[in-house]
Ligand binder design. Structure first.
Ligand SMILES: C[S@@+](CC[C@H](N)C(=O)[O-])C[C@H]1O[C@@H](n2cnc3c(N)ncnc32)[C@H](O)[C@@H]1O
Length: 289
């Protein structure tokens, strides 16, 4: 091999290394599709919190306390945490003595949810976990008093579409809490992370008011907003009332250890750890009636 060929090989390997570093470490598989993202989170679920090193006081100060205050006028509020991971937001909220509501945590990584169940066991009677994709939330419109989605929009194929989905299930007057990736790596996440003014415009283009985007951590801005419309209802509602079939959007009825669509008959089992499995449902056993 002559010198030029050797140099080109080394250059090729370096470029390949940089490409892999970008796609797998910085973007965490975001441009390779949800399957790769989920695979990466499934692999790292056990060590995720060791990497993140959340400080409990900060979690209370920036998340649990302000969200509890924002919901203080609603008796027993119902909160949805999309891309809940290992249950960070449910923990911050349910540790607040003044929060008397319920939380539903949804994620597409089954192993992250397993960790979430383990880490929030003390709050099990006020928590439900759902295994499902954020792009197709299995809930009725205008359902939740608050919808949260932290450090996750950039890992979905279309953050704008996911934001619209978050707002769809939020009831008028309800609170949206979400994040936008900033910091040094954000420039390597085109169409997934946005300049602050563009992110504000994206939120304002949705039926939202009181949009506030503030610097939060080195890598994230935190965004608060309220859904426009006449506030009504609110509070905890039974699951069969709010759950919708992700395949046909019709209602689900509760059977012993599953939810079944009253229209298409698809079954969504409740796993041994209590997680409702919607992302990969068992083949439909159609009811005869
Ligand atoms: C950086 S973690 C954030 C977890 C949690 N919100 C937190 O702040 O600790 C990103 C999470 O998004 C989830 N996720 C990525 N794409 C998703 C999708 N399309 N639907 C639902 N969850 C998704 C991952 O499985 C992972 O748990």
């Amino acid at each position: 091999m002559n010198w030029i060929a050797l140099l080109l090989t080394i250059l090729g390997l370096v470029l390949l290394g940089l490409l892999l570093y970008w796609q797998l470490i910085i973007a965490e598989g975001a441009y390779l599709g949800p399957r790769v993202v989920v695979l990466m989170y499934d692999w790292s679920a056990r060590i995720y919190e060791r990497i993140k090193r959340y400080v409990p006081g900060d979690e209370q100060w920036f998340l649990g306390l302000p969200l509890t205050r924002a919901l203080e006028l609603i008796p027993a509020p119902l909160v949805l945490d999309v891309a809940t991971g290992t249950g960070r937001l449910p923990r911050a909220l349910l540790r607040q003595p003044a929060f008397d509501g319920r939380v539903i945590g949804l994620d597409l990584s089954r192993r992250m949810l397993r960790e979430a169940v383990r880490r929030t066991a003390q709050f099990a009677d006020r928590l439900t976990y759902v295994w499902q994709d954020a792009r197709n939330l299995p809930f009725d419109d205008d359902t939740f008093d608050a919808v949260t989605c932290l450090e996750a929009l950039e890992f979905t194929p279309d953050p704008r579409a996911v934001m619209a989905e978050l707002v769809r299930v939020l009831r008028p007057g309800g609170v949206l809490l979400t994040t936008n990736r900033v910091g040094p790596d954000a420039r390597f996440l085109p169409k997934r992370a946005f300049p602050r003014d563009e992110f504000e415009r994206m939120l304002s283009a949705l039926p939202l008011e009181d949009v506030k985007v503030r610097r939060w951590q080195q890598d994230y801005d935190l965004a608060w907003a309220v859904k426009i419309g006449e506030p009504r209802g609110g509070g905890i509602r039974p699951l069969p009332e709010i759950l919708r079939c992700p395949a046909c959007t019709d209602r689900l009825s509760r059977e012993a250890d599953l939810f079944r669509c009253i229209s298409c008959g698809r079954a969504y089992p409740i796993d041994k750890d209590g997680v409702i499995k919607m992302a990969r449902f068992e083949r439909a056993t159609l009811t005869s009636s």
